[in-house]
Design a protein around this ligand. Structure first.
Ligand code: AMP
Ligand code: ZN
Length: 458
């Protein structure tokens, strides 16, 4: 059996993965802040860590691991949420519940198995307060003017994950200046809340937690002092992950907290990270509403290695559609996962190589292995695939197209031009080209063929 190797930001090397506890492999990924629809960039960690989740599940029986547990938090305390509530006059709970449901829906449409645990920050306030109290008692944090701050000079390894010195950090980061901070890089663990903002009673008065403490407190509550894999986007490496690590290691020792740190690179638009704050985003829902199957979106992301920045392009979408359509046509049940595909993924999740190997399986006519192996990437997956959920297969598309074309010919022969034109528009809209002749109409799939627009079967 191949070994699983993952690039670890902590050791800066590709290490063989060995879980701390083979009875439970534990992975924690930083999830969304719930104030709005997930943008396409937010889909990247969901898809990347879903493939890792699938791979861990695949490896488990061979490696003697009993269980894989995946946790991804929901950040439902945040000033962006408060601002959204103030703007819209809606309650915070309304906004966070609606947005959380959207997130689950959208990520599910991308075919993720989904986490086993989805802890919400608001459910772990007592754990966060206890955590902050302990840090204060140990001299790693101090209270000042209703705030509690983490003292970065109290942790000699601060900066070791992101490999930055305190001097670099001060120069590079736009740190919030506040008169009550001892050092410019000290970060907020707790802050006071005015009466119109969400707040909880604490030893430091009514207030709310800072962002970083949430992941330290929740991972400790769910996984204990140490766990295997910690993931998230590369934008979180500093300061979020550095701060999580500092808090946790100060409390439970340098050997505690996450063993392997993994970061997906950014989805970009014209060289800049896709982000709500930059306004250069489209949402996952926008793509789904355009009729793009979740599986196509997933395929586009997996075409680039997770450690590389990527762009979203129409060409990639076209290629993904064409490939999946051909594979769905060919795939057959009852095969085993091909070692060539496992090997590619086991080498630090090399998804572009895995896709190249799926192409090879397809070329070699190994239809059953193709399907089983694609499932490791969450593709051609009956249970998850959006097309499959709608009852589509490539052969079924042909039947459906044939039926619509026939019905149009019938309508024309009955001089029902209204129906005939409606059906023609429908077929053209789905990206088909039609050729009318005396013998009847022939059709072809055009480059923009989109089965999602053919309508439901049956
Ligand atoms: P947020 O809701 O902004 O905290 O982000 C949720 C997750 O999406 C985090 O793991 C982020 O690192 C990740 N993320 C945000 N923007 C992008 C992007 N443009 N490309 C890839 N991942 C992103
Ligand atoms: Zn986090």
């Amino acid at each position: 059996m191949t070994e699983l190797r993952l690039y670890n930001a902590r050791t800066r090397s590709k290490d063989v993965f060995v879980p701390l506890d083979p009875t439970n492999v534990r992975m924690y990924v930083c999830g969304p802040t719930v104030y709005d629809r997930a943008h396409a960039g937010n889909a990247r960690p969901a898809i990347v860590f879903d493939v890792l989740h699938r791979l861990l599940i695949h490896f488990a029986p061979f490696m003697g691991w009993d269980r894989v547990t995946y946790a991804r938090n929901i950040t439902d305390i945040d000033d962006k949420i408060n601002a959204r509530a103030a703007e819209t006059g809606r309650s915070i709970r309304d906004i966070t519940e609606e947005t959380t449901a959207w997130y689950f829906e959208d990520m599910q449409a991308l075919g993720e198995i989904g986490p086993d645990l989805s802890p919400r920050a608001t459910d772990y306030i007592p754990e966060m307060i206890a955590f902050i109290k302990a840090l204060t008692a140990e001299g790693h944090a101090y209270a000042a003017e209703g705030h509690v701050l983490f003292d970065v000079t109290s942790y000699p390894h601060y900066g070791s994950l992101a490999r930055r010195s305190l001097e670099d950090m001060k120069a590079g980061a736009r740190v919030e200046v506040a008169p009550f901070k001892r050092n410019a890089m000290d970060f907020v663990l707790w802050k006071p809340s005015a009466s119109d903002l969400p707040g909880w009673e604490s030893p430091w008065g009514r207030g709310r937690p800072g962002w970083h403490i949430e992941c330290s407190a929740m991972s400790k509550a769910l996984f204990g002092d140490a766990f295997d894999i910690h993931g998230g986007g590369a934008d979180l490496l500093f300061p979020h992950h550095e701060n999580e690590k500092a808090q946790s290691c100060c409390l439970t020792g340098e050997d505690s907290f996450a063993r392997v740190w993994m970061h997906n690179e950014m989805l970009q638009v014209e060289g800049r990270k896709m982000a709500k704050s930059l306004g250069n985003f489209f949402t996952v829902r926008d793509l789904l509403d355009q009729g793009l199957p979740g599986e196509v979106i997933r395929f586009v992301f997996l075409g680039t290695h997770y450690s590389k920045p990527m762009d979203w392009t129409a060409d990639k979408v076209r290629e993904a559609k064409a490939t999946l359509l051909a594979w769905r046509d060919q795939a057959a049940d009852g095969g085993d996962v091909a070692p060539s595909v496992v090997d590619a993924l086991a080498n630090d999740l090399n998804t572009p190589l895995a896709i190249a190997r799926l192409h090879q399986l397809s070329k070699d006519g190994r239809a059953a292995e193709l399907k089983a192996s694609a499932g490791l990437l969450g593709l051609l997956d009956d249970r998850m695939g959006e097309w499959a959920r709608l009852g589509y297969s490539a052969a079924a598309f042909d039947d459906r197209i044939g039926e619509l074309v026939r019905r149009r010919d019938e309508a024309r022969s009955q001089r029902d031009y209204e129906t005939a034109d409606r059906l023609r528009d429908h077929l053209l809209e789905a990206g088909l080209t039609l050729r009318d002749s005396a013998a009847g109409t022939t059709w072809e799939r055009g480059p923009n063929f989109d089965p999602g627009k053919l309508g439901r079967q049956g």
